[in-house]
Design a protein around this ligand. Structure first.
Ligand code: ATP
Length: 250
């Protein structure tokens, strides 16, 4: 595996009964890149994420993260290594405010999560950093509102802030823009771009204009198999992709 490869998936398969949801998928995600995993509904994208983070056990294949084979690790061991899946971690507490949620994530990162229960003052030091993760996702007006008051799209924006505050080495983002208001998409996209300078991002996204503008590389899954891989322009001109993904003949 080359120095610049953050995550490598080798011949990964996952079978549910006789149905192969993920079928011999190999994938290399370059360090510092934003890599998209796209494909029609049911192509196996979420199953791939579940396999990489070990919420599901692969039928066969290997997952290598930063040179280490993590195929047999648990989800928490994988998260500890800095491979974090957004929107699946139980990190947003409904009764806590937006600010408190992000501060708590910052404290977790430093291993000082219990400081929160000792003193509210200890949170204050973290406010400035927390706000730097909250402001770009458009949640400043809700800073002191409990998460339970937020709309679905804003909850997702908060979950994204919380994930970033954990400062993972690599983030797996499963449709981060789903349910988000049009006015917030630009801010979150800019944030993902800024975050990618220091870390690696693998993103499942249906919004192809977002994929086009945000992602360096695209892997297309069709019926559990890799149908194409390359930059957006080359995969969008691939006949198999056009046929399967867009449902039309090229
Ligand atoms: N636990 C399971 N048991 C049986 N079949 C499953 C299971 N999980 C997923 N599948 C099937 O595997 C296939 C791939 O599902 P997956 O959710 O990975 O697709 P996807 O590409 O993420 O789709 P979408 O874009 O609609 O979210 C689907 O046909 C789905 O019904």
């Amino acid at each position: 595996m080359g120095e610049d490869c953050e995550l490598e998936v080798r011949n990964l398969s996952c079978q549910f009964g006789s149905f192969k949801a993920v079928d011999d998928v190999s994938l290399r995600v370059r360090r510092g890149s934003i890599h998209a995993l796209i494909g029609p509904n049911g192509a196996g994208k979420t199953t791939c994420f579940n396999l990489i983070t070990r919420y599901l056990t692969p039928t066969s294949g290997n997952i290598i993260f930063r040179g280490e084979d993590i195929t047999s690790k648990s989800p928490s061991q994988i998260a500890d290594r800095g491979l974090v899946r957004s929107f699946q971690i139980c990190s947003v507490f409904q009764s806590m405010t937006v600010l408190e949620n992000v501060c708590l994530a910052l404290q977790r990162k430093t291993g000082d999560q219990y400081a929160f229960w000792r003193s509210k003052k200890s949170l204050k030091n973290l406010h400035e950093t927390a706000v730097s993760y909250i402001e770009p996702v458009g949640l400043l007006p809700w800073l002191h509102k409990p998460a339970s008051d937020l709309s679905y799209g804003r909850k997702r924006a908060l979950e994204f802030s919380v994930t970033m505050a954990l400062e993972p080495k690599m983030m797996l983002l499963d449709e981060p823009f789903a349910g988000m208001g049009h006015e917030d998409i630009g801010g979150v996209a800019a944030l993902i771009q800024a975050e990618a300078k220091d870390r690696t991002i693998l993103i499942v996204e249906h919004n192809l204009s977002v994929v086009q503008s945000l992602c360096d590389r695209v892997t297309v899954l069709v019926r559990g198999k890799v149908a194409a891989e390359g930059d957006y322009k080359s995969v969008s001109q691939n006949d198999q992709v056009v046929r399967a993904y867009l449902g039309v003949d090229p």
